[in-house]
Write a protein that binds this ligand. Structure first.
Ligand code: PGA
Length: 252
């Protein structure tokens, strides 16, 4: 069986305030990430910090973007294309984060972006997750629909370039993450959805969990949740906490 690296992704959102702070944060993480054996770290700063941070990347610390537009060039004021990101060592792109979906991004747009990212040879981190958990299990059909729409027309041989990040919206930015055991149920469901869509899956396809991840719950979520890593918001902005999370994941 091919041994794939686990992933710890830091989604910095619209932080920090200055490029100096961004560099300090990235170099702090890089310094403490030397010697990781089983894990890759992906830092996802705002667009404006990608160029200054492009030299901070290493074998273990990689760069990701929080979004991009699917057209390669043209009259799209305010947008940035995946092809443009390529020149700054950007190898991962978060697509369909719930905070973007809340601003109007649809499953159809997510799908166009996923196809553009994998077509560019980068890896798409596709965010899916329910807003609320109803007792009849409708949230499961919602997640199935998000995944099947997002991955429509993606060729099976490019699935190693797709990472599914399961982020229940109710757990983001709060104090209540899911337990490892509950995450496991979801990772089984997501795998089944992917198998129904693509047949037998390659070992290279990864599933992450995100939503109130912190040093205290990182180990439980990854080891008992049977996921391939974590997507971290708030605690990715604190070097010490983020490094603790990374070490917890690398120890599994
Ligand atoms: P959080 O954010 O870790 O602050 O909950 C996760 C995310 O929004 O990706």
């Amino acid at each position: 069986m091919k041994k794939i690296k686990k992933l710890v992704v830091g989604n910095w959102k619209m932080n920090p305030k200055t490029v100096g702070e961004a560099k300090k944060l990235a170099t702090g993480v890089k310094r403490s990430s030397r010697g990781l054996k089983k894990t890759h770290v992906v830092l996802c700063p705002p667009y404006v910090y990608l160029a200054p941070l492009s030299t901070v990347t290493s074998d273990t610390v990689l760069l990701g973007s929080q979004d991009a537009f699917y057209e390669p060039s043209g009259s799209h004021t305010g947008e940035v294309s995946f092809a443009q990101l390529d020149q700054f060592n950007v190898s991962f792109v978060i697509i369909g984060h719930s905070e973007r979906r809340a601003r109007g991004e649809t499953d159809e747009t997510v799908n166009k972006k996923v196809n553009a990212v994998v077509g560019e040879g980068m890896t798409a981190i596709v965010c899916v997750g329910e807003k609320v958990r109803d007792e009849h299990g409708e949230y499961l059909s919602h997640i199935r629909m998000q995944i099947t729409t997002a991955l429509r027309d993606v060729s099976k041989k490019l699935l190693d370039h797709v990472v599914i990040a399961y982020e229940p919206v109710w757990a983001i930015g709060g104090s209540r993450a899911m337990t490892g055991q509950d995450v496991h149920e979801m990772s089984i469901f997501i795998q089944k959805t992917l198998r129904d869509m693509f047949g037998v899956l390659s070992d290279g396809m990864r599933i992450l969990y995100g939503g109130s991840v912190m040093p205290e719950n990182a180990h439980d979520i990854v080891s008992n949740g049977h996921v391939h890593g974590l997507l971290v918001g708030r605690d990715s902005l604190r070097v010490e906490s983020f490094v603790e999370i990374i070490r917890a994941v690398d120890s599994i």
